[in-house]
Design a protein around this ligand. Sequence first.
Ligand SMILES: [Zn+2]
Length: 510
Amino acid sequence: MNAQQNRIVLNNARIFTNNTLILGHLIIEGNKIQSIHEGSFSNLGNEQNDQDNSNNIKIKIFDLENALVLPGFIDMHVHFRDFEQSSKETLETGSKGALFGGVTTVITMPNTNPPLSSLKSIESFQKKLNNTPIYCNIGIYSGIKQDFNPSELPVMKKKGIFGVKVYPGDFSDNLPLKWEDGWRSDMYPGEFTQKISQILDNFQQKYDYWRQLFKLCKENNVPILFHPELPRDQKSLKKIYEQGLKIAEIENSPNSHLFAHHVSHPVYTNELGFVEMIIAFLYQFFPEPKDAPHVHFVHVSSAEVIEVIQEMLKKKEYPCSIEVSPHHLLLNYDMKFPSENYAKVLVPLRSPEIQQQLKKEWQSGKADVIGTDHAPHTYKEKSQDFFSIPSGFPSIDFASRILLSQVFQGEISLAQLVEMYSTHPAKLLNLPHKGKIAPDMDADLIVVHQTEPYRLNHTRMKSKQKWTPWESYQVSAEIDYVFLGGKLAFERNSGIFTPFGTFLNRDSEL
Ligand SMILES: [Zn+2]
């Protein structure tokens, strides 16, 4: 043991370990959790608060007064932008928002400008990461843009990428179909998967591109992540959106634009259609599920889509995972927002009924992970007319306060939240020392307590943009401390933030 190392004791805490809460204390040594004990630290006969004489180790004790100690949250889906979009967000500001939100690890998406789709841009992004103070651990995905060269994937993997993200809209030339191509909303789930095999025959060349990509991801042991929507052209999109506005007027919808946005990106034709297309790919390319790469569907917005993935992939043992986002679980297009524009997101906010059904699936444990899709834009960008503004909003600062409040209200269990927003993401991301509280795990820890109900306010946000569709949303949770790699990185009372984040590599812990 290094005599210079500090020891931190989190005393009188309710510690979430082994899937249960124990009342006791946790000892951090260096960057690791050393041990977890029932009972109070001082009651064990060690009254020495600031110095362990035998080892000359400095001990700092935090009396947590029964607050919760949880593994730091791990967000698989954020957009920390930077590069040419640093007016929206930077690695520094995004990670500060994450730390404030109790998120100790994030993986940021590749749709930057320039995109993280070539070795060159990945290298310059990593250089940036190494030269910027960052407040949480950050990893990156690569993406499929024009300059993506599949043969570079093994080297990208060595550089540390955590997966390959696919945006159908960015790459429609290589997608075999659009949703106008033969989807009917009265099809039964799975019908499209059967039909699509015929459609695929007409697209041999494009089909082969996807086959190669899936194979490469499998060979390199990286997941492939899908934004679940079929590509659309702006003209047809606008036409349906305008029809949606008319329906909204007839139906007296409180948010006509959000309603029309949903109508123009419907669950069945758009989201489920895309998912069934990917299922058809998997069936065709990999009759043996064990040969298929891991497929991750981001921000799934409806129970139907979850059920189809359950039935058609999970039950057949295709390696896959389902991500849900707090806004699809808890917000819908009829709610009151400071501005409808703030709540424009893809996939869109759904109806109250679809939202409730999704929440039920989530409560019954059918989603695998929670990802916020923290996707900031400037206030100015979000202030133009609804149809032309970009989709997405910042959410990392408040997401865990919102989700923990769901726990305190009995909507989900603490075990479920920790599993979906820490343990399971760590597993999918190949981070074996994160996502759990146990001896020898990384000491990425958060201290949380239940509060009287209060309303969220944008002035508290630490990420770059100071606007949110969650304005005034009622929560009852606070994050008091965040420890990153054994060091106190955030303390709410003093308002101290210290940038102890590091750049993560998917293979570094193997
Ligand atoms: Zn996203």
